[in-house]
Design a protein around this ligand. Structure first.
Ligand code: AMP
Length: 249
């Protein structure tokens, strides 16, 4: 069984992002970039399926600039087998990523495309769902547990107030939630080994996909600063403030 894992290079989750002075976006100059955390979880799950003898090959795909190769190398050092870098310096929106992934899924014929549920830069939470629709494959999103059972995969999903398990026929699209697993750190020998694993470099045009943005970002602003709270001396004072100042009772 082959698994394709799309991985996105994003601003590291520890970085406090700054909005550009002209409000056109977030400042990426000299900012640490890393693999999107949900993609790391997806890579880890694919590796665990390989370790269990269920998967035989893991192909990681990243759509992004030349530096996204480092993100692919990280996944290869964790245990993936080979990579495909679809190189572009343009902004690629989820629909265009999904179209590229569709073409790759048709070429590679995996049984599972295992994505992160969301990329923490734009928080879109769209690519997996769009990919499933384009391929007309079943989808199991927000997976907190996956179990392959013959030609089916059971995906346990985190939903409001509980868990839901769906059975999907393979091939299928699955997206990982936070509690699916804890990704491993790559060991030094595996980092060295990953340097020799193959990465194919392609362009969006190789898949016939037009990536021009369809959305126009009007402006990006910082969240408003929270004002400090106040302490009241008595219940009477609290009630009077809620009534006369806040007007909520
Ligand atoms: P999003 O829909 O942008 O929140 O992203 C959800 C998931 O889609 C990510 O966790 C990745 O698995 C995949 N994805 C999104 N953008 C890219 C990209 N540029 N390259 C590779 N995978 C991506």
């Amino acid at each position: 069984m082959k698994i394709v894992v799309p991985v996105k290079r994003v601003v590291d989750y520890n970085v406090k992002v700054r909005v550009k002075p002209d409000q056109t976006g977030v400042d990426l100059a000299n900012v640490k970039m890393s693999m999107n955390p949900f993609c790391e979880i997806a890579v880890e799950e694919a590796i665990r399926l390989k370790e269990k003898g269920i998967a035989t090959e893991i192909v990681v795909v990243s759509v992004g600039p030349a530096q996204a190769q480092e993100t692919i190398r990280t996944a290869l050092a964790m245990g993936a087998d080979r990579g495909i870098l679809v190189q572009t310096d343009e902004t690629v929106e989820p629909l265009a990523v999904a179209k590229i992934l569709k073409a790759i899924a048709e070429e590679e014929a995996p049984q599972i495309v295992l994505l992160g549920k969301q990329a923490i830069d734009d928080d879109a939470n769209q690519t997996g769902q769009m990919l499933a629709a384009l391929l007309d494959w079943p989808q199991g999103t927000f997976a907190s547990e996956v179990a392959v059972d013959g030609d089916k995969i059971n995906v346990t999903r985190e939903i409001d107030g509980g868990l839901q398990t769906v059975a999907l026929e393979l091939p299928a699209v699955v997206t990982s939630d936070l509690r699916l697993n804890e990704p491993r750190y790559a060991s030094l020998p595996n980092i060295m080994k990953a340097k020799r694993k193959p990465i194919d470099t392609k362009a969006p045009g190789d898949y016939g996909v037009e990536i021009a943005p369809r959305l126009n970002v009007l402006k990006v602003t910082e969240p408003s600063k929270r004002e400090a709270g106040i302490k009241v001396e008595s219940v009477e004072e609290l009630v009077s403030k809620l009534k006369d100042e806040a007007g909520v009772i």
